[in-house]
Design a protein around this ligand. Sequence first.
Ligand SMILES: [Zn+2]
Length: 774
Amino acid sequence: MKKLLFLLACLLTACTGVVPVENGVSRDLARERAARISNLKYDLSFTIPASPEEPCSGCATLRFNLDRKGQLQLDFRPGSQAVQTLIVNGREMSIDAREEHIVIPGRALRKGPNELSVSFTPDDTPLNRRQDLLYTLLVPDRARTLFPCFDQPDLKARFSLSLDIPEDWVAVSNSEAKEESLSVGRKHLSFQETPPIPTYLFAFTAGRWNTAAFERDGRPVTIYYRETDPAKLAQLPEIYRQIDASLDWLEDYTGIPLPFPKYDCVIVPGFQFGGMEHPGAILFNDTRMFLPEAPTDAEKLSRTELIAHETSHLWFGDAVTMEWFDDVWTKEVFANHFAALITRPLFPEIDYRTQDFRNFNIRAYEEDRTAGTNPIRQRLDNLQDAGLVYGNIVYQKSPVVMRMLSDTLGADAFREGIRSYLQRYLYGNATWPGLIDILDQYTDADLKSWSHRWVEESGMPVYPESDVLPNLSALGYGYYPMTERAIVTAIDSVTALEEPYQRLSTLANLYENMLHGRLSPAQMLSCLCGELRAERNPLVASSALGYLGYVWRYCPAEAESLLYELSRNRDIPAQVRISAFRSLVHLHRETVVDDELRGIWLRQQPWPDLDLSSEDYHTLACELALRRPQEMDEIRTLQRSRITNPDRLARFDFVWPSLSPDKFVRDSVFASLLEPENRATEPWVQECLRLLNHPLRQAEALDYIVPALDEMQEIQRTGDIFFPKNWIVATLSGHDSEEAASLVRGWLGSHPDYPPLLLNKILQASDPLLRSRD
Ligand SMILES: [Zn+2]
């Protein structure tokens, strides 16, 4: 029946040229508009009151060429009550707003130049409004929630923005401000016209920002921030150095200078992603950019990779953009592939093959082994589901595949191919088949069938059963079944393998074989214990501790005493010790250990040569409060008194009630999270959910599982890209009981027609729980 309706709709479109008005942005609507509209410009103005309680207002003027008359749909989600006036080619029109669109009748439009003006009230969701602060985040389809537009990546436009904001605020957008004036407590700013960019990259932020300006060889970079801790602010020159190095690397590799007029970035407290690549106004998460005292290699690498990732997007994604979000992976794969290459020379002491394996393979396997996995390239019929195509397959599996492609062509030919791809599509749009056509000219290999296998099909390839240690090069990808003999050899010899990537790859293979029942969790645990006592490479150790976090429940006492021993032993490398200590803080059960941890927290005196950060003390306070309900208020008072930064204080006050020993209080915290207005700062919400569903409280948290699952569609509708998966992972990760598993199974059974992309997120997140209770 559905198919028949679809055919009818296609016939209707073909006969009349009119695309049906329906929610979201359908592929058909996007195709129809891309074929008709050109030379698009937006003039946007927003008036923003200081208080987040008062509504903003906006005006949009769109100028464009139409190559054919006929009805036109403008995307605007807030609906008719949010539209005040509509003027089409100089004539005020009555407003026909339905199904998230403003419908412009064909008679009001003309072939050639057209002008539409709309005054409206924007929805607050994509503005991320807080006290003294607001920032837009429009990817993938939130622009249509903020202002009337053609919200599709292949209708690039030049944007001219003006803002009316409180006079003591600072504003940043894609281009430089060209005029600024003050009057009666307000500041009026107008910005230069941008180069052609898609709607999802248009951005501005306004609020109380501090700035640090840097410049080298006539290339200025300004960093905006709200951090107040002098030790963290001392990291700003290093952040700039890495931005500068990334820009140099990319200009050299691509042969194309920075394709946008400026590079500024904004470090946002509680930002919901690691970063977002708006040209001229890249947003970064504060905890990813300002590292704790005595950072580990993993934390240092992760920051540099993030900076290099977002900077790579200026070429890959921003200057050359996918035609439709089914190819969003083409921008993410290049950003991660090049981020790894840019990072290498900045950390010559790091074994990059180990880092690539833990970054890409291990994280890709987490999703690719589950029933909810997906191909790298996914079909997308409507832009309203674009947020769901993101995940570890797009970010972590695709760089492994890109490395294979680069190895097939050879580094020089690959670079030539990438250069001609960029030159051909600069400031335009491209598709994956378009790139494969270009690269095909540089090799005799059959790229099309290779692409079909790796890009269009899903799942981990399964290799033939092996009697020797498989994938010791750590360059392969997939599940390598091992014979009993290979497993015994691996357990006995992993510690003695010379290269860190060999040890890491062997641990990963053992873990996958354990999940397939080829060795027991107890065998895996004893292997991890031996390996962790001997491991000197902090990257391998941190991944081994990750595996320990999954299998520790089978022998909790043994795991706890290992972590205690590792964190106290001064012969163990400092970075391995701190990682072990952090695991111990989460997992510990023994009263004597808890007493020692309390002493450390209270006196801020860790074990000798163990450097704890303020974030470590925050985590300690939370874990202690959970285990010591009678001391909860004292712990709160002391921990709170240690926080001076207002953004961190707001986070502390938001999160703390989730720790209450009173189930009634926790239930009301959970109920509040079911209201979208309480979910504005997504990382804080995730922290609450993790604490509410902490392993020690899981029996009392069973009530939250079904409502959290029921809320998923609403989370997708109101939250940003990564929130649906993060929401359900935060809910389920503390649970390992049969009751929890059967609640999830029951829920899945009673939702047979659930939207498939969203279902995949649930299947990925529930995989560890369901597998352990198979
Ligand atoms: Zn990215």
